[in-house]
Design a protein around this ligand. Structure first.
Ligand code: BTN
Length: 266
């Protein structure tokens, strides 16, 4: 079971996780926090669970995670920024999450791993998914009213814990390091580090965030499939623009910007 008190002790934050909800089991931390946010919950509200009965992934997929082994949580952000920053905020979250994981392993003398980022916000080790981020936003005119950032991070799951269709596609930190990861410690590190970065980025309008994200991306100039509401097309991953959107070249050589959709690799 997740040790909520332990997390409170370890947190060195003044906003993130100060308003904290933990449930043994629930439908989805994102759904729960979206409701709290609509009722006016403060910035930094955190919802954690050991098991989700309706865990949500991107593109209406289901997020599966065995009970009590991984991290499943959602964080409420209320940045005073316009909607063009939504994409950058999620890119920033994945960079900080990757950095926090690598730091955790280093500080705890565990074998290092190298985490890559896949657009828009997957964390991968050796092309296998380590974590996914689902960000849901409510906008007011041209401004962000709030953002719920939901993170599913595979920490202690073993091969047997993944369903047959996920075995080849997903991985966990335990699989790579052979050591059990302390969920409370890793989450506290991430929240502490993220809060500092978040406060700084809100002041500097997320300057440098896209370049920081790009350093961990290995997709440039590789063939991809782009899935949008209009259908699927084969393309080449070209770049990420300054707002954080994917730029790709389709099979007729046209350069396009992907605002919303999914990318798969060959
Ligand atoms: C993805 O499809 O890659 C995003 C997965 C996000 C899963 C997390 S688990 C905690 C939070 N609550 C949810 O229902 N989903 C997110």
């Amino acid at each position: 079971m997740f040790k909520e008190d332990e997390l409170r002790k370890l947190l060195k934050t003044s906003i993130f996780g100060q308003n904290l909800f933990y449930f043994n089991e629930m439908d989805s931390t994102n759904s729960y926090l979206m409701n709290l946010a609509r009722q006016g919950a403060p910035e930094g509200t955190l919802v954690i669970t050991d098991f989700q009965t309706s865990g949500k992934g991107r593109q209406n997929r289901v997020w599966q995670s065995p009970p009590g082994k991984n991290l499943l949580f959602s964080l409420l952000l209320r940045p005073e920024l316009s909607i063009e920053f939504v994409r950058k905020i999620t890119l920033a979250t994945s960079s900080v999450l990757a950095e926090s994981i690598e730091q955790y392993l280093h500080k705890n003398h565990l074998p290092p791993v190298h985490i890559h980022l896949k657009w828009p916000n997957d964390l991968l080790i050796d092309q296998k998914k380590l974590a996914g981020i689902l960000s849901e936003s409510v906008l007011h005119n041209k401004d962000i009213s709030f953002l719920v950032i939901g993170i599913g991070l595979n920490l202690n799951a073993t091969k047997q814990d993944f369903s047959p269709d996920l075995k080849e596609l997903a991985t966990s930190l335990f699989e790579y390091t052979g050591h059990e990861i302390e969920r409370e410690k890793l989450l506290a590190r991430f929240l502490t580090y993220y809060e500092k970065a978040y406060v700084h980025w809100e002041r500097t309008f997320y300057e440098g965030v896209v370049d920081r994200w790009k350093k961990r991306c290995r997709q440039f100039h590789t063939p991809i499939r782009v899935h949008t509401v209009e259908g699927t097309e084969e393309a080449t991953f070209e770049d990420i623009d300054s707002s954080g959107y994917l730029i790709y070249k389709n099979s007729s050589g046209r350069t396009k910007q992907l605002i919303s959709g999914e990318v798969t690799c060959f």
